[in-house]
Design a protein around this ligand. Sequence first.
Ligand SMILES: NC(=O)c1ccc[n+]([C@@H]2O[C@H](COP(=O)([O-])OP(=O)(O)OC[C@H]3O[C@@H](n4cnc5c(N)ncnc54)[C@H](O)[C@@H]3O)[C@@H](O)[C@H]2O)c1
Length: 267
Amino acid sequence: MANMKVGLVGCGNISAELCAALERGGIAAEIVAVSDVIEAQAVALVNKFKLNAKLGTVDATVSAADFVVEAAAPGAVKPVIEAAIRHHRDCLIMSIGGLVAEPDLLARTQDAGIQVRLPSGALCGVDGVRAAREAGLDRVTLTTRKPPKGLAGAPYIVERGIDLDALTEPTVVFEGTARDAIKGFPKNVNVAVALSLAGIGIDRTTVRVIAEPGSNVNSHEVVAEGAFGRLRTLTENVPSPANPKTSYLASLSACAELRAAALAFSK
Ligand SMILES: NC(=O)c1ccc[n+]([C@@H]2O[C@H](COP(=O)([O-])OP(=O)(O)OC[C@H]3O[C@@H](n4cnc5c(N)ncnc54)[C@H](O)[C@@H]3O)[C@@H](O)[C@H]2O)c1
């Protein structure tokens, strides 16, 4: 069976981690096309990993591949999914937050008969929440704990003038719906949306953000209750060795999805 041909939209850190995973071997896939709004980024990726890949538009990249990875930005989600529908290609969407502004997109992919993979990212428990939904969920809560410096600059913190340096003990700085959390803490958006999509949606999923002075913890706790019973998961993340901005588990979840897609393609 030939390798699965992969098109990459967005040639930054996540795509570099996927290329490194392919270089290590064991995944029956190869990058054949790349696209980036900054052409130099695409050229740098091609050169770094000695890819035999064409540089082109989103449409050309999707068309040239069997499987497409969006690892760009929320604004790229709609054009990538629409091209995937046009060319009937399965895809992996990393910028899950981009789906919030386009609530009909996933239904359109179902109508078109293509599969959209969404990584679980830096979060454990998404699989259990998805299964629990089958019998009905009453409550889903995501509690994110970060050192205060990890929250600096978040719109919610800035707009309310919260003085993170003045905190002396763990403090709940936000509690509300996932929809409001996404606006207030856009850097946390992918985990909140992944959990909401698996469970009871962005308006019924509760998010709490806790600033923990003096700690290096960057953790996500999921609690869900429903007809199935109750689940509680805790994920304590370290940064990706290749990219300190992203949790290692989030990068690994992208690699795992690519591996699963290649396996499915080979069958
Ligand atoms: N789901 C998750 O758990 C998870 C984890 C990490 C990152 N992400 C998301 O994945 C995406 C990529 O992350 P990254 O760390 O590789 O980012 P990055 O900034 O390192 O790279 C993004 C690349 O995409 C390019 N780009 C931006 N907009 C584009 C567009 N519309 N079309 C084509 N290219 C475009 C940029 O020029 C850049 O080269 C981000 O949206 C990030 O939020 C999701």
